[in-house]
Design a protein around this ligand. Structure first.
Ligand code: PLP
Length: 357
């Protein structure tokens, strides 16, 4: 498929320091768009100046939430080059998410090419201050003008770019977590493994409750027993017990994070035993009380690694530690080192972005 490029004639001012803005509030000069219809398949692939969308108010995405998305980053190295981290994995995961929602499938290679060209075109927007990057947000949604519940016919794909600082203000520091024991995010057979907007809508109430009680994030339990730990907000979660790493298994209701997968590889290669299994909240509390729990952290593209310092379960507060744990710190340093190009990448995770077209 052909990809046309129309450059802006009105480039916007770049932020002096994106760390001062919120996460994802400033956007670059260009966007990618393409459309799907049953007759034409994917067509009209284009990079154009960033603009508002014009959609019919009857478009199904507004009513029934048929939407999937991705989140990845481009990083500026000390040598001034721009690189991405495992972008093909994001495109493959987006295909899996789309399949769950029954949005049209797409060619991951073509999307990777489009994404790379867009980032190459707007690469002057990739910031260079410590901890900053260019957040890349692909999104696919249903544009059928139809309030009836039918199979999806028409869809749109977009990619937008946003220069960002670190997701959690204050850089690497321990966060506090509220273990949610009423609402659930996902159930087996549901959409938990898909990166779709609906999962986040369902999480809003617990997130509001956590914020109101003074906690940074929600930790979700499984939807059946409300006993097994699943994940944190937009992050997967890992625990260090007696020198071993434990992380919830991908049972279908947990999002298969690319940061999670990368951490597991790094930890195993460092010689850690990593167990992917069911991990109950009572086991967590028991491990904390018996002194076995050494560290806990969340991991995801936006925040990279977030050590967990405190958590609350059924109105009881527990403290894991006031400082960043050594394993979380090592993971953070290694991952960000690979991403920003200061640590060698023996895995082939780094994906260079070519010069401006
Ligand atoms: C995106 C996301 C993650 C983290 O995935 P990464 O690929 O590591 O960024 C974890 N949980 C949820 C619910 C997510 O949406």
């Amino acid at each position: 498929m052909e990809l046309t490029i129309t450059r802006t004639t009105h480039p916007a001012e770049k932020p002096a320091d994106p760390r001062k803005a919120g996460f994802g509030t400033i956007f670059t000069d260009h966007m990618f768009e393409m459309d799907y219809s049953p007759e034409q398949g994917w067509h009209n692939a284009r990079i154009i100046p960033l603009e508002n969308l014009s959609l019919h108010p009857g478009a199904a995405v507004f009513h029934y939430g048929a939407e999937v998305f991705e989140g990845l980053k481009a990083y500026r190295t000390a040598q001034g080059k721009v690189q991405m981290f495992r972008p093909r994995d994001n495109m493959e995961r987006m295909r899996n998410s789309a399949e769950r929602i029954q949005l049209p499938d797409f060619d991951a290679d073509f999307m990777l090419e489009a994404l790379t060209k867009l980032v190459a075109l707007d690469q002057d927007w990739v910031p260079s201050a410590p901890g900053t990057s260019l957040y890349i947000r692909p999104v696919e949604f249903c544009t059928d003008i139809d309030l009836g519940l039918h199979n999806i016919g028409h869809a749109k794909m977009m990619i937008i770019l946003s220069p960002v600082g670190s997701y959690l203000s204050g850089g690497l520091r321990p966060v506090s977590i509220l273990i949610e024991d009423h609402d659930v995010r996902a159930v087996r057979g549901g959409t938990g493994y898909a990166k779709c907007g609906g999962n986040y809508a369902a999480a809003n109430r617990a997130a509001a409750k956590a914020e109101q009680k003074g906690y940074d994030q929600v930790l979700w339990l499984d939807g059946v027993h409300q006993r097994y730990i699943e994940e944190v907000g937009g992050m997967n979660v890992m625990f260090k017990l007696d020198g071993k790493i434990v992380t919830p298994a991908l049972t279908g209701s947990v999002l298969p994070g690319i940061t999670r997968r990368s951490c597991i590889q790094l930890l195993k290669d460092k010689g850690y035993e990593v167990e992917e299994r069911l991990f109950a909240v009572d086991e967590l509390i028991e491990a904390l009380e018996s002194g076995k729990l050494e560290e806990a952290w969340g991991c995801g593209t936006a925040a990279v690694i977030s050590p967990i310092g405190k958590f609350c379960y059924q109105d009881k507060a527990y403290t894991i530690g006031e400082e960043n744990g050594p394993t979380a710190q090592w993971l953070y340093d290694t991952l960000t080192g690979i991403q920003w190009g200061s640590v060698a990448d023996p895995y082939g995770w780094v994906y260079p972005v070519p010069e401006k077209p």
